[in-house]
Design a protein around this ligand. Structure first.
Ligand SMILES: [Zn+2]
Length: 468
């Protein structure tokens, strides 16, 4: 047995020391863990799962905790009966105080059992980590929202401000029924709020599992594709003509290629780039010069050599797809290219298209914005009423760990709340492994301690926000 145990330990099969020394769970943590487990073990992939079922399970827990049926709104699209969601409202005592929205997508990326080490739809706790699809993206935060609502409902006094929670589907899949979009356009009353909290922030652990930094996501760039099209009468390739759709398109792309969109520095991007500038290397020094003069083209050129920095300095457009010609022995009748742009908050789809038209400078090249998949994100401010408590409580729960605002070059469901005028913040508090924790990939995981500690931080943060 001892030999076996030693062998097992050396293979990492026994619980790690962190897990072995972990104190027993408090009763409130046991309750929370049950919510988390139920969410992770309810398959909510587009192919085989049901967000509707997960929403109903969470609704049942809220009802059991005392929520009236009238405070729980289930919604679904008749054409997508499994992509439903839930809005729960915890009414505040002060009718004049604005509401706060908790947003969470409950759908997950596909996961195939045969590719995973463990069953992706069973919550496995092993070596200080929870394993399972959605453990990190984002059923941990969903469970924290549900659990917080239950605890606040059972508190002796109601909160001063109203708290709304929207659990929605369709975030991970284009073309699915997106609950956040539906709510913002069809039932804006259900999500109307002074501000909202969502995924997108968090914290980063280093390779050794130590806390490196906390992040709060403040604003996102918009995703937009543009199609460049050249058409031509074509003909037999044995008799070339002076004009050619492929060459004409290639010339257009060559004109777009070197263009650098103007550097935009907002309060948020300055704050998010400050730690990078402080490193003091060539990119860091260039950033410091840019802070002083955003028009410094040479500083911009150096700063842009860091892809992470480049992604948030300005709008970026890059060629991503090409298609042309219909036969090897024919002159091309059509050539198209896709240019993918990530538009800086505050700039528009049409402004960016006009820039591309101006760069291409060829009326024979049609430049069209493809159907926008997502609306433009609202410009989110570094509102001290929101950020202040995050910072104060971070100093208490995670002393010495810096809290850094970030702007996302991608997009979460937060963009859908832009037209509803609800600024959304990606909350700090739940730290993720240095390698990203297998999000969207294999063997997704969440550090157990990080989840419980993040929950404690976020619950206290919510109590400060709602008051009462
Ligand atoms: Zn997510």
């Amino acid at each position: 047995m001892r030999v076996l145990a030693a062998a097992a330990a050396s293979l990492g099969l026994l619980a790690g020391s962190a897990a072995a020394q972990a104190p027993p769970l408090r009763p409130d943590q046991v309750q929370f863990r049950a919510v988390y487990k139920e969410l992770v073990e309810t398959n909510t992939t587009l192919s085989a799962g049901s967000c509707t079922e997960a929403a109903q399970k969470m609704g049942a827990r809220l009802a059991q905790a005392g929520f009236a049926a009238s405070d729980l709104t289930y919604f679904a699209d008749p054409a997508h009966p499994k992509d439903g969601g839930l809005v729960a409202v915890l009414k505040g005592s002060d009718p004049k105080a604005g509401a706060i929205l908790l947003l969470g997508h409950i759908d997950v990326v596909e996961a195939r059992r045969e590719d995973w080490t463990r069953d992706p739809f069973v919550l496995v706790e092993e070596n200080g980590h929870f394993f399972g699809r959605g453990t990190a993206d984002m059923k941990g935060l969903d469970a924290i929202w549900v659990d917080s609502l239950i605890r606040l409902k059972q508190a002796p006094r109601p909160p001063r401000r109203t708290l709304k929670m929207a659990l929605t589907c369709g975030e991970e899949t284009d073309g699915a029924f997106n609950g956040a979009r539906w709510l913002a356009t069809q039932r804006p009353d259900l999500v109307a709020a002074d501000f909202g909290l969502n995924e997108g922030g968090g914290g980063r652990l280093d390779e050794q599992g130590r806390r490196e930094m906390l992040t709060v996501q403040v604003g996102q760039k918009a995703y937009q594709d543009y199609r460049l099209t050249v058409t031509n009468p074509g003909g037999h390739s044995s008799r070339p003509r002076p004009d050619n759709a492929i060459y004409q398109l290639a010339d257009a792309l060559e004109k777009v290629r070197p263009y650098v969109f103007p550097v935009k520095l907002t309060e948020t991007t300055r704050a998010s780039l400050a730690p990078r500038a402080a490193r003091g290397d060539a990119v860091g020094q260039a950033l410091s010069r840019l802070f002083a003069d955003p028009a410094d083209a040479e500083a911009a050129r150096v700063a842009m050599t860091d892809a992470d920095v480049n992604a948030i300095l300005h709008t970026n457009c890059v060629a991503t797809q090409l298609a042309a010609g219909h036969a090897p022995n024919a002159l091309p009748q059509r050539a198209t290219a896709n240019i993918n742009c990530r538009i800086f908050p505050g700039e528009t789809v049409e402004e960016t298209r006009q820039t591309l038209v101006r760069l291409v400078a060829d009326p024979g090249v049609k430049v069209e914005a493809t159907d926008p998949d997502k609306p433009l994100a609202a410009v989110t401010a570094l509102d001290p009423k929101v950020i202040g408590p995050m910072r104060t409580l971070a100093a208490k729960h995670f002393p010495g760990v810096p809290l850094v605002p970030s702007i996302s070059a991608g997009a979460t469901d937060a963009v859908y709340l832009g037209p509803a005028k609800v600024p959304i913040y990606g909350v700090p508090g739940v730290f993720r492994d240095a390698d990203g924790g297998g999000v969207h990939g294999l063997n997704e995981r969440m550090q157990v301690r990080a989840l419980y500690e993040g929950r404690d931080y976020l619950f206290e943060l919510l109590k400060v926000y709602v008051g009462g």
